[in-house]
Design a binder for this molecule. Structure first.
Ligand code: SF4
Ligand code: SF4
Length: 93
């Protein structure tokens, strides 16, 4: 495994049953990392989905979504950075 493959990446989580298929997050994502599902959710709407790559954790999808709690953006890079800083401190200390 290469270094870049093992590096934690930001990613969105879309709660499909809260999505109303308005398209805003898909239009706003500058990396085209979101798409509309072919399937319907429990309310009969298509729903936004993460394509599995391309997210940079900018949060634009989160801020564009009118449905409270439909989108979360997870940014594990910050956690990993703190862990590596702690590791360096442990090794030095
Ligand atoms: S956080 Fe940014 S890059 Fe990631 S899916 Fe949302 S809009 Fe796209
Ligand atoms: S902005 Fe929100 S409601 Fe609209 S398609 Fe995206 S997740 Fe669904």
């Amino acid at each position: 495994m290469t270094k870049s493959e093992s590096k934690p990446r930001p990613f969105p989580v879309i709660h499909k049953n809260l999505c109303k298929a308005c398209d805003r997050c898909i239009i706003t994502c500058k990396n085209q990392a979101l798409e509309m599902s072919q399937e319907l959710n429990d309310s009969g709407y298509n729903y936004a989905e993460y394509i599995g790559e391309g997210c940079i954790g900018c949060g634009d999808c989160y801020y564009s979504c009118p449905e409270p709690l439909a989108i979360e953006v997870h940014i594990p890079i910050k956690i990993a950075k703190n862990k590596s800083e702690n590791k360096i401190n442990d090794e030095e200390g």
